[in-house]
Design a protein around this ligand. Structure first.
Ligand code: GRF
Length: 202
């Protein structure tokens, strides 16, 4: 059994969707079901009042609040916590803090991120949340999508595991585009995580 830790900073709708898939046996939006070979054992969040903490509590997943300053000044306590939980895969689902190098070294090839655009376009420092969708719309793109990729030392540059596209409508606002992108994320993220774990970490 593989243990996943989800890192999230805010709302946590992806975190909830992933927890439901792995821990509750809930069918994914894409119609897939987990084979039960992994579970979410910990949620890490850098904002004390983030809604993801409530979602984790409701779903019975232990959650820890870890402020950015604590993480960046000394990542060792986090490494120790992940070790105690037997975590062997980290999933970033809307996590806005750069991952310290110590963590990347310990979990190389085992940290998966989701980005709400088609990388390498619209990625990099400062490109998160609605800023991404604003840039996509401002550039007059007709297509956007999601990228699921491994995390390395640079922002949004690790190996791409999966991409899916959706149209950008003429009358889209950042919010309407975000909704379409979220729907793609719910459909694909959980089973891509599961597939990656099965093929590479088991
Ligand atoms: C998602 O769109 C994800 O791609 C991005 O941040 C958003 C998080 O949304 N990295 P939520 O917190 O899961 O609702």
């Amino acid at each position: 059994m593989n243990n996943i830790a989800i890192f999230a900073s805010g709302n946590g709708s992806n975190a909830q969707n992933i927890i439901e898939y792995f821990n509750c046996g809930t069918e994914n939006k894409g119609g897939q079901k987990s084979t039960g070979s992994a579970k979410v054992a910990r949620v890490i969040c850098n904002r004390a009042n983030a809604y993801v903490l409530e979602r984790a509590a409701k779903l019975g997943v232990p959650a820890s609040y870890l402020p950015k300053e604590d993480l960046t000044s000394n990542p060792q306590p986090l490494l120790d916590l992940l070790e105690r939980d037997g975590i062997d895969c980290i999933v970033l689902a809307g996590y806005l803090i750069k991952i310290p190098e110590e963590l990347i070294a310990r979990y190389r090839g085992k940290i998966i991120n989701i980005h709400p655009a088609l990388l390498p376009a619209y990625g990099g420092k400062g490109m998160y949340g609605n800023r991404v969708h604003e840039a996509v719309i401002a550039a007059g793109e007709k297509v956007s999508g999601i990228t699921i990729h491994l995390v390395d030392e640079k922002y949004d540059s690790g190996k791409i595991l999966f991409q899916a596209e959706c149209p950008v409508m003429d009358n889209d606002t950042p919010d309407t585009l975000a909704e379409r992108i979220h729907s793609l994320e719910y459909t694909h993220f959980p089973h891509i995580i599961e597939e990656y774990i099965k093929n590479n970490l088991q």
